[in-house]
Design a protein around this ligand. Structure first.
Ligand SMILES: Cc1cc2nc3c(=O)[nH]c(=O)nc-3n(C[C@H](O)[C@H](O)[C@H](O)COP(=O)(O)OP(=O)(O)OC[C@H]3O[C@@H](n4cnc5c(N)ncnc54)[C@H](O)[C@@H]3O)c2cc1C
Length: 470
């Protein structure tokens, strides 16, 4: 390249010609000699070419992305669904990579401080969710202050977020899964036919690609399947922020504690099936529900309706919810006996319930549930929730109607809004995560697409891993 060209001219040339930048070809890393002495800094210049402004528009130069990893199964999102998917797939001996945007695993169950685990039981108080979820709760069971109210239907178990982070870190470290934390999935990689071949990630190491045979989108928000072009319904619902308070002995509810919404629309109870009018101050001096930590409660919050895919909405809620939560504790302290109550923590991560719902091979609807639908491709159950009955979940609700090589798991699977308000709950996310992981492993073993997975084999594997299919 000509030495006479300015850096800006080079960028413009590359952009307008649609050419591929060879990273580092424009501006070599500084010739400053690396000083090897520990603790001493070196002066460097990044070889990266930044975005620029062309004709008033911000334009990012085309560039080649380094490949961080090649893997058989890529799981994006380390929440309940993603960790269940990665662990179950890895047990079949396939190569699995798990990527999570935050620095811990567990998703909303840890970072969101969602500590109540329901619905686990059917209307007769029989447990209908086992498999990897049961295994995780058993691991919490042997830890001091790990979980309370295990096997006490209709009272739901409540977990400790730190204990759960520990359990998941322990299991992932021992599993042989390639894990990347602090790594945010920002795009899908698709081939000429539109089939998914991996995803692009941003991290402190820069923008890199992970190539994969099958991708499981367990981001909760369907970030990767949406980027790949899969159809989805965008929904807005209540967004809250959960907190924990200390030095407290009273609780709001004795039975079914932490229940999200006892008047759920599936049941025909009052309600429209649309989001309800939660407010920032809907805590209103509430004391919350007990947790495994002595004298510490968690406070669920409904919150106002917001757009979980809009950074301005998310920011406003993060700020207002933290202010509102502090006010709630001040209010609570005014009650005699509660003078020493303190705010232990607000959840690091906002409480997003639903954002994208996949348009899948099968969309699970409220009519299906009311009619007690049974599926040949059943992969597990949801327990009864509020007054809604237990119901079957079909494999088709994890498979996009069109795009290949990607599966959904967790709160972004294919349902209507009302059913999504149940399938988003933690134990059900364990069910869909485990099934997605095993289905992806079968795709690798049988060299097939997710939509062509042998349902019989999938159900056998689920049985072998302890899942309940009815
Ligand atoms: C306020 C509130 C109260 C709730 N109460 C209950 C309750 O009492 N009981 C119950 O069972 N359920 C409850 N839920 C529901 C439940 O907590 C969640 O729906 C469930 O955790 C969803 O699991 P998931 O794995 O699908 O998604 P998440 O838990 O959201 O996990 C998704 C993971 O993916 C990561 N991620 C997202 N995008 C990217 C990306 N682009 N790249 C990389 N990583 C990414 C996230 O950081 C996260 O770790 C509640 C939810 C909320 C919001």
């Amino acid at each position: 390249m000509s030495k006479d060209l300015t850096r800006r001219e080079l960028m413009l040339r590359s952009i307008t010609a649609g050419g591929l930048f060879a990273a580092g070809s424009l501006m070599p890393v500084s010739s400053a000699l690396a000083n090897q002495a520990a603790g001493q800094s070196t002066t460097q210049t990044d070889a990266h070419v930044p975005a620029t402004i062309v004709d008033g528009k911000v334009v990012q130069p085309r560039r080649e992305l380094p490949v961080l990893q090649k893997t058989s199964i890529l799981v994006v999102g380390g929440g309940p669904a993603g960790t269940a998917a990665a662990l179950s797939a890895k047990r079949l001996g396939v190569d699995v990579t798990l990527v999570e945007r935050y620095g811990y695993l567990g998703g909303l169950a840890t970072g969101g401080l969602v500590l109540g685990i329901f619905p686990l039981y059917d209307r007769d108080k029989k447990q209908v969710i086992y498999g990897i979820g049961e295994e995780l709760m058993k691991k919490l069971d042997v830890l001091k202050f790990g979980i309370i109210d295990r096997n006490k239907a209709p009272v739901y178990p409540t977990i400790d977020a730190e204990a759960f982070k520990y359990v998941l870190a322990d299991m992932v470290l021992d599993s042989g899964i390639n894990a990347y934390l602090d790594c945010w999935g920002v795009d899908a990689i698709v081939d000429a036919k539109g089939a998914v071949r991996g995803a692009v990630f941003e991290s402190k190491s820069g923008r890199k690609a992970i190539l994969a045979d099958i991708v499981i989108d367990a981001s909760g928000d369907g970030d990767i399947y949406a980027a790949a072009g899969a159809a989805f319904e965008k929904v807005k619902t209540n967004i809250g922020l959960i907190s924990r308070i200390g030095n407290i002995d009273e609780v709001d509810m004795a039975v079914g504690r932490g229940s999200e919404d006892p008047e759920h629309p599936v049941t025909g109870q009052p309600g429209t099936g649309r989001p309800s009018k939660g407010r920032v101050n809907d805590l209103n001096g509430h004391a919350g529900n007990s947790t495994p930590a002595p004298h510490v409660n968690w406070l669920n919050m409904k919150g106002p309706v917001g757009d979980a895919l809009d950074v301005a909405d998310l920011t406003a809620m993060e700020l207002k919810h933290r202010r509102g939560t502090w006010g709630n504790v001040e209010k609570l302290r005014q009650k005699p006996g509660n003078e020493q109550v303190y705010l232990a923590e607000t959840a690091p991560q906002l409480g997003v319930r639903l954002s994208r719902l996949l348009d899948g091979v099968k969309k699970l609807t409220v009519q299906d549930i009311r009619g007690g639908a049974k599926y040949k491709d059943v992969i597990g159950y949801s327990g009864a929730y509020a007054n809604a009955p237990e119901f079957q979940i079909p494999y088709g609700s994890l498979v996009p109607s069109k795009v290949e090589n990607v599966l959904a798991a967790g709160r972004c699977i294919s349902t209507d809004f009302q059913v999504g308000d149940i399938t988003r709950l933690i134990p059900v996310c364990w069910v869909t995560g485990q099934a997605a992981g095993l289905a992806a492993a079968l795709c690798i073993q049988d060299r097939c697409k997710p939509r062509n997975v042998s349902v019989t084999k999938l159900q056998n594997l689920l049985h072998q891993q302890g899942a309940y299919l009815g």
